[in-house]
Design a protein around this ligand. Structure first.
Ligand code: BGC
Length: 341
C-alpha cells in the first residue's frame, strides 16, 4: 500500500460514511414528509367527512323564508321529507323529447308561466330561486325540467327555475352567469335564498331539501361520478345554496373564469374569507346523479386566475359585473335570461 492510498482510504471512508448518512437522512426526511402529507390529506378528508350534518340536525339548520306579508293561509305546509328519512325515489327519465315535455306541460299542475310553483293549500316555509348557467344542453335541460317540476312540489318548496343562457361568442363563464342570474332575479322576483345549480345534476334523495341553511351549503357533495365521495374538502361545485345576504357578502362568484373549472374553488375561498363555513348534509341525503355529457377540457390557466383573484376578489365579482341582456322570456317551465358576457 502506498503512502497516498494509506492517507486516502480513511478520508474516502469518512467521505462515504458521511454521504451514506446524508442519503439515509434524505430518505428519512422524504419518507417523513410523505407520511405527514398523507396524514394531513387523510385528516382533512376525515375532518371534512365528520362535518356532514346528519338527518335530525339537518332540518334544524334550514332557514324559513322571511315574510313581509300576512300569511295567505292559516296553515304552514308539513314538508314531510324534512321530518322523516325516506328511501322513496322519483324516476328519472333520461331521455325526454320535445313531445314528451309538451305533454308534461299539459299535465303539470299549478306551474306558473316562467317555471314558478307554490303550494296552493298551505304556506310553504321555504322559497327559493334556482339559477342554472346554460348553453347548448337542450337534452339535459329537458330531463332537468321534467324531473324538478315533480321533485320540488313533493318537498312543498315555493320555487322558480331561472335559466341564464350565454350567447355564442365567448367561452362559457359559469360564475358570471350565476352573478347575472342573481342580479336579474333580484330585480324581478327577489328571494332570500338562491340555489346555484348545474343543469346536469339530479338529486336522488327527497330528503335533500331545496332550501337555504344558516351557512352556505354544498348540496351535491355525493355525486355518482365521484363514487358518492367528496373529492377534496374545498370543492364547492355542482349545486350550492346560499342566502342572498351571504352571496352579497362574498361578492358573488368571480367574473374572470372563462372556460372550465376554478370558479367554484374560488367561491370556497370567498366564503372562507367572509368568515362563513360550508356545510354539507350526510352522503345518503346529498346523493346526485350526473347526466352524461362529453367531458369539458379544463382551463389550464385556472390556477393562475385563482391566485390573481385572491388579491382582488373584494373588488371583482357582483360589484363589477357587466353584461348585455339580450332577452328575457317567461317560458312554460322556466324563466329564460339570455345574455352576452
Ligand atoms: C376544478 C373545479 C372542479 C373540480 C372537480 C377542479 O380542478 O377547478 O372547478 O369542480 O376540479 O371536477
Amino acid at each position: 500500500m502506498t503512502l497516498g492510498s494509506k492517507v486516502l482510504k480513511p478520508i474516502m471512508w469518512i467521505y462515504y460514511s458521511r454521504l451514506l448518512k446524508k442519503k439515509v437522512f434524505c430518505i428519512t426526511a422524504l419518507f417523513s414528509f410523505l407520511t405527514v402529507s398523507l396524514f394531513l390529506s387523510l385528516k382533512t378528508d376525515f375532518i371534512c367527512s365528520l362535518s356532514f350534518l346528519s338527518f335530525p340536525e339537518m332540518s334544524s339548520n334550514l332557514v324559513p323564508r322571511e315574510s313581509k306579508h300576512m300569511l295567505p293561509f292559516d296553515n304552514f305546509c308539513f314538508h314531510p321529507y324534512e321530518k322523516q328519512f325516506s328511501t322513496q325515489r322519483i324516476e328519472v327519465n333520461l331521455s325526454v323529447n320535445d313531445l314528451e315535455l309538451t305533454a308534461f306541460i299539459g299535465q303539470a299542475e299549478n306551474i306558473a308561466i316562467g317555471g314558478a310553483w307554490t303550494p296552493t293549500e298551505c304556506w310553504s316555509k321555504y322559497r327559493v330561486n334556482i339559477v342554472i348557467p346554460y348553453r347548448q344542453r337542450q337534452e339535459q335541460l329537458r330531463v332537468f325540467l321534467h324531473y324538478f317540476h315533480r321533485y320540488l312540489p313533493l318537498q312543498q318548496i315555493a320555487y322558480r327555475i331561472i335559466v341564464v343562457e350565454q350567447s355564442a361568442e365567448n367561452e362559457f363563464n359559469r360564475g358570471k352567469l350565476f352573478n347575472v342570474g342573481f342580479v336579474e332575479s333580484e330585480k324581478r322576483f327577489p328571494s332570500d335564498c338562491y340555489i346555484f345549480h348545474d343543469v346536469d345534476l339530479i338529486p336522488q334523495s327527497l330528503n335533500n331539501i331545496y332550501a337555504c341553511t344558516g351557512m352556505p351549503r354544498h348540496l351535491s357533495s355525493a355525486v355518482d361520478t365521484f363514487n358518492y365521495q367528496l373529492p377534496y374538502c374545498g370543492i364547492l361545485g355542482g349545486v350550492v345554496a346560499m342566502r342572498s345576504h351571504h352571496f352579497i357578502k362574498v361578492n358573488g362568484y368571480s367574473n374572470m373564469f372563462y372556460g372550465w373549472g376554478g370558479e367554484d374553488d374560488n367561491l370556497y375561498f370567498r366564503v372562507s374569507q367572509a368568515g362563513l363555513n360550508v356545510i354539507r348534509f350526510e352522503p345518503d341525503v346529498a346523493k346526485y346523479k350526473m347526466l352524461r355529457h362529453i367531458k369539458e377540457i379544463p382551463n389550464p390557466s385556472r390556477f393562475q386566475i385563482m391566485e390573481m383573484d385572491r388579491e382582488i376578489y373584494s373588488a371583482e365579482g357582483l360589484n363589477n359585473l357587466n353584461y348585455t341582456l339580450l332577452s328575457y322570456e317567461l317560458k312554460p317551465l322556466y324563466t329564460r335570461i339570455f345574455v352576452h358576457v
